[in-house]
Design a protein around this ligand. Structure first.
Ligand code: NCD
Length: 318
């Protein structure tokens, strides 16, 4: 894997949370906190990235992640270009790398890349110029580092003592980059217990989630949980025959009020979005008092501001 750190041990690209040291995760999260506006206050802005260009290359669908990277970059004064799936020249046969070289020739300083292709963000990171940074906006089922950071920030805002927490991630763990990145950050930062719940056919390989426990029985895994994270079924990463039936899935794995009552009374409920209401989560839970789903979205902008500043801030000299 491409080293994300430079010779001085500073973050050069952000491709995965796997292996990032705890102090680095903490610094990114602390920096993100400075961009979380107090309730009802205007969104924070700065001019630190004035003169810089951020390119969002999204080869898979995205609403939250793409828009929040764009807002984060604009709120720091950067120019932003957005290239999305069907509008990309990759549909005309241009490789992703040639698209990157094209935008680099136009003086792009930072690329945000979302792709279904494992290894593509690292490959781009190896090929770009020395003063250009690459951030993964979601790589296949493997990693979604800024999501992992925003999920961790959201948990810490409500429950600062990670070493006391039981976190329960529920759903299509096998195909979830969100679960992988959250698990990596939470483990590095010392979460007490990480529980994974999925149908047996969506069970992840244990080595991908070291230290976590897995079970197919949601009701027993919810007992005493402080944090419940529901996930969407990643149909786009399965063949038609692998996709679980919606009503059976809702019955066994949907987060509803009855199930929520098994967790701790102050448990929080998370979902990275997009939600399939009535399948993995019921509306009264998603919109209920224990939901922090919109806080996650808000924190996404703050985390991306922190990441852009950390990476693009390195090449001030240009
Ligand atoms: C997720 C993703 O794309 O990985 N969404 C997001 O970035 N907030 C989860 C999903 O698509 O289910």
């Amino acid at each position: 894997m491409t080293d994300q750190l430079d010779a001085a041990g500073r973050l050069r690209h952000l491709l995965t949370l796997d292996g990032l040291p705890a102090p680095m995760l903490q610094r990114l999260i602390e920096r993100a906190r400075t961009f979380v506006p107090p309730a009802a206050a205007a969104a924070p802005r700065g001019r630190e990235l004035e003169g810089r260009t951020v390119a969002n290359l999204f080869m898979e669908p995205s609403t939250r992640t793409r828009v929040s990277f764009e807002l984060a970059a604009r709120r720091l004064g950067a120019d932003v270009v957005n290239i999305e799936g069907s509008a990309a020249s990759t549909v005309k046969g241009e490789t992703l790398l040639d698209t990157v070289y094209t935008l680099q020739a136009m003086r792009t300083d930072l690329f945000v890349i979302r792709t279904a292709e494992s290894g593509a963000p690292a490959e781009v990171a190896r090929r770009v110029a020395d003063d250009v940074a690459v951030v993964s906006g979601g790589e296949s089922h493997l990693s979604h580092p800024t999501q992992g950071l925003l999920d961790t920030l959201t948990i810490l805002q409500r429950k600062p003592d990670l070493d006391r927490l039981v976190v329960c991630i529920v759903g299509d763990i096998a195909h979830s980059r969100v679960a992988r990145s959250a698990a990596q950050a939470l483990r590095t930062l010392g979460v007490r217990e990480l529980r994974l719940v999925s149908p047996p056919e969506l069970k992840p390989a244990p080595h991908e989630f070291p230290g976590a426990t897995w079970d197919s029985g949601l009701d027993r895994m919810l007992v005493d949980a402080d944090v419940i994270m529901a996930l969407r079924i990643q149909k786009e990463r399965m063949s038609a025959t692998e996709i679980p039936g919606a009503s059976a899935y809702r019955e066994q794995y949907g987060i509803n009020r009855t199930r929520l009552a098994r967790a701790r009374p102050d448990a929080i409920v998370m979902h990275p979005g997009p939600m399939n209401r009535g399948i993995e989560i019921e509306s009264d839970v998603a919109d209920g008092p224990q939901s922090v789903i919109w806080t996650q979205v808000a924190n996404g902008v703050a985390v991306r501001m922190a990441v852009l500043l950390t990476l693009a801030g390195r090449s001030q000299a240009r």
